[in-house]
Design a protein around this ligand. Structure first.
Ligand code: 26Y
Length: 818
């Protein structure tokens, strides 16, 4: 039998409809008339997949044959969002699919609603990984995204009496049409045990004698490029018990117990940890990290590279990009593979390893830097700990050679920290091992060099670089905001989707009255669409004519949702008490979207406060039509795609020097929201690009923050000196938002007055002044819309395509394939 190559179904309405009905019959086992909406959604997804399949086979074959470098993005998180629309768009099938389904009597919109988004990430870092793989596919860069196929992604958030409760995210329950299991490509991953030396033909070598194993089974997802026919791979690993029974238990007759015990290992890929800043040092998390990184390295070397590959040439064929410290255990793992398995000399192996890794840091908060206790690491990965010790010994020798015997410096730079107990500093290991270290916005990269990794930057100035983050214009403009996209395409042609700098062409239209009207009409329409979405979720709708003021991001003290609340309470109090000129206050809806880590008590109290204030303000007749607070539960990528196009004002109000970059700030500016923000993260670059007239800057600069700390920050002084601030805080303390119960928000209030690590009170006055400027600007709609257009026109730099070009040039030294 001749084996036919894979042929995509005909790219016509009939071809699509035929394939869809076949999939409905043969994959779902139903007929059109007996199918429900989930059957139809799955059959539609399978159909889209069928079109992409041939390309995918080609691209994987090419990857094996080619001589190009592959970018292996190692990330514990991918916050993908829904797949259907993205894949339809990439493969130019949206219209065909819509029409084909209509012929079957199905409204494709009904099917869109069924998809549960894979929420395999916490927030910024995970969403960034998803934007990057989209851009790399679109730019035809051979890429494999490696990660974990968590059975439960980020929890579903619900509110009970204004307080967050967490529910499991069973995203796989209704089927998972976008990925394929490949059990034949499983890797065995080992843990624990001991190490021993042995004589290998006269050479003394070390080997690891592990205690237990787990199978890593890869699930491949297609990552289609936009309109270029390319399909890259996202390979997520699932932990499956091996068939190697504990023979002792097995033979002692306790068959059931031995099966139960081995399935224990399957917990490794069970659930995404919902913390995104304070690592808990949990053993299971270290297991997750090693599990996916070891499987990925073995997969790349064993399955992606050709069988006869000369391992010394590895750096020519791969760069492993470390998305924060989570995959850094890959450094000693590659050393183990090269030295223990491939039997290279240490120095040769180290030279290869250093070229194969690069490290992106996403934080500045000291408590967010991952460390692993030596005890735990040594128990779980004894060979890796030995390797880390040796890396550290040789590194510290280099430090002595370079800086002399400065014991203090040696202690500070050591990969092993001694206090409070011995631990491995993963950021330092990544910095020592990586060919490059980058921050995610200019200010952040500067602060990494000046503070967090200062000694390392002095030692290796050329190692440090910046790549400012970016976001994919396909998902966050073309798909999320179709009306604005059509308007832009009409004005500039369609090329902007892959060349976002073309948006500059809109600058000239900012002064065009007709264009402004159409732009404003799109914003209004997006608000109505959001309002319908909120109502469908059982929330209050939006009010016509309100400014939509949004703060959407994880709940964190450093991001200062509390400062936003103080502004709301102060405005509310000002109107109610008659202190404020009501006519100068623009009607506003404040919209929050935020999840808090389940164990983060203060963040959960802030959620409670927002909901409590919202309930009182939204119900008070005295501010009716003026102020409204909305906090839809379970903010996720799908909801973001509805909120962002509707937003007028983007709140980016972190304390300067704390937000590494932010990416929501970019998405909002790109969709024509004006930013009110501090000089922090990528806000700095946004402001420079859009211009001071189109950005509301407030607050202390990073050096001013440092200076105030140094001099001794006393938040209570700010409380004493500012009557409006006092009134706002007093109102919260009085129980006005807690049925008179003063104890409810007492911990929050005293934290503000006597601690306030993130200096909300110090920036309050400046923030309120900036909000007055916002009100004044919004009152002049013509000029506001003009600014909004200029924000869109000048945000092209924040495309993740540009970010990928920067990585390719500064870090990866890889090129697209033709
Ligand atoms: C170690 C574990 C607790 C952990 C898990 C997740 C630590 C951190 C994270 C996630 C961090 C994160 O999302 N950082 C954000 O990365 C974005 C992309 O670079 C930045 O825009 C944003 O400023 C930063 O907070």
């Amino acid at each position: 039998l001749a084996i036919a190559p894979v042929v995509a179904p005909a790219a016509s309405v009939d071809g699509f409809a035929k394939q869809f009905l076949q999939n409905l019959n043969f994959d779902q086992g139903v007929t059109l008339s007996t199918s429900d909406v989930n059957d139809q959604y799955l059959a539609l997804a399978y159909t889209v997949r069928d079109y992409l399949m041939a390309r995918w086979f080609d691209d994987r074959a090419q990857q094996k044959a080619q001589q190009n470098k592959t970018v292996c993005y190692l990330s514990a998180e991918y916050l993908l969002g829904r797949q259907l629309d993205n894949n339809l768009l990439a493969s130019r099938l949206t219209d065909i699919a819509t029409e084909a389904l209509a012929q079957c009597g199905i409204d494709i919109d009904d099917l869109r609603q069924v998809e549960i988004e894979p929420g395999l990430g916490n927030g910024g870092l995970g969403r960034l990984a998803a934007c990057f793989i989209d851009s790399l596919a679109t730019m035809s860069v051979p890429t494999i995204g490696y990660g974990i196929r968590y059975e439960y992604g980020i929890f579903r958030q619900a509110f009970a009496d204004g307080q967050q409760i967490e529910q499991p995210d069973a995203w796989l329950r209704m089927g998972s049409p976008w990925d394929f299991a490949h059990p034949e490509a499983a890797q065995t991953i080992s843990f624990a045990g001991t190490t021993e030396t042995y004589d290998d033909d006269g050479v003394e070598r070390t080997r690891w004698v592990p205690e237990w194993n787990v199978l890593a089974v890869p699930y491949n997802m297609m990552v289609p490029g936009y309109h270029n026919g390319r399909v890259n791979t996202l390979r997520l690993w699932r932990a499956v018990a091996t068939n190697a029974f504990d023979l002792h238990t097995f033979n002692s007759g306790d068959y059931v117990e031995s099966v139960r015990a081995q399935t224990f290992a399957e917990n490794i890929s069970k659930v995404l940890y919902p913390e995104d800043s304070t690592p808990q040092g949990k053993e299971l998390r270290l297991q997750q990290q090693y599990f996916f990184v070891a499987a990925s390295i073995a997969d790349f070397i064993g399955n992606v590279l050709p069988d006869d590959f000369d391992i010394e040439k590895l750096p020519e064929r791969v760069i492993f990009q470390l998305n924060d410290t989570h995959p850094v255990i890959g450094v000693p793992e590659l050393m183990r593979v090269l030295v223990d398995e491939k039997k290279l000399e240490w120095d040769a192996a180290w030279a290869i390893t250093q070229k194969c890794f690069a490290y992106t840091c996403h934080t500045l908060l000291p408590e967010a830097l991952e460390v692993w206790s030596v005890d735990l690491l040594g128990r779980l990965l004894p060979r890796h700990l030995e390797i880390i010790y040796r890396i550290n010994d040789e590194f510290l020798l280099e430090v002595r050679e370079r800086f002399g015997d400065d014991e203090m410096l040696i202690r500070n730079m050591s990969i092993i920290g001694e206090h409070p107990s011995r631990s491995v500093r993963m950021a330092y290991l990544a910095t020592v091992a990586g060919s490059k270290v980058n921050g995610v916005a200019e200010l952040h990269s500067q602060l990494l060099r000046d503070n967090v990794l200062k000694d390392f930057a002095e030692m290796w100035p050329d190692k440090f670089t910046n790549v400012t983050n970016g976001v994919t214009p396909r998902r966050f403009l073309r798909l999320a905001n179709p009306e604005l996209s059509d308007l832009i395409t009409e004005a500039l042609g369609a090329g902007w989707t892959v060349d976002l700098e073309r948006l500059r062409g809109l600058e000239a239209l900012a002064d065009d009255v007709d264009f402004r009207e159409r732009f404003a009409a799109v914003k209004a329409s997006n608000k109505r669409r959001l309002s319908r979405v909120l109502e469908a979720r059982g929330e209050a709708p939006l009010d016509d004519g309100h400014m939509l003021d949004v703060m959407i991001k994880r709940l964190h003290e450093y991001k200062r949702q509390t400062l936003k609340v103080l502004h709301i309470v102060s405005t509310y109090e000002g109107i109610v008490s008659g202190r404020l000129d009501v006519d100068a206050v623009q009607p506003r809806t404040f919209l929050f979207g935020a999840k808090a880590a389940p164990g983060y008590g203060m963040a959960k109290r802030i959620i409670h406060l927002i909901n409590a204030v919202g309930e009182v303000v939204s119900a008070d007749e005295r501010v009716k039509g003026k102020l409204k607070v909305l906090y839809p539960a379970n903010y996720n990528v799908t909801l973001a795609e509805r909120i962002i196009p509707a937003a007028d004002l983007s709140e980016q109000i972190s304390l300067a020097g704390k937000e590494a970059s932010g990416t929501g700030n970019m998405k909002l500016a790109l969709n024509g929201a004006l930013t009110i923000g501090t000089d922090d993260g990528a806000n700095v670059e946004i402001r420079k690009l859009v211009g001071d007239d189109n950005f509301f800057l407030f607050g202390m600069s990073e050096p001013e923050v440092e200076a105030l700390w140094a001099e001794g920050y006393r938040p209570a002084d700010f409380y004493q000196d500012d009557e409006e601030l006092r009134r706002a805080i007093d109102l919260i303390a009085s129980g006005a938002f807690s049925d008179g119960d003063r104890s409810v928000f007492e911990p929050l209030v005293s934290n503000l007055l006597y601690d306030d690590r993130f200096m909300a009170l110090a920036d309050f006055r400046s923030y309120l002044d900036a909000q007055d400027r916002v009100d004044a600007a919004y009152a002049d709609q013509d000029s506001w819309v003009r600014s909004a257009i200029l924000n869109v026109a000048r945000s092209g730099y924040f495309s993740s395509d540009r970010a990928m070009r920067d990585y390719l040039e500064r870090i990866w030294h890889a090129t697209p394939v033709s």
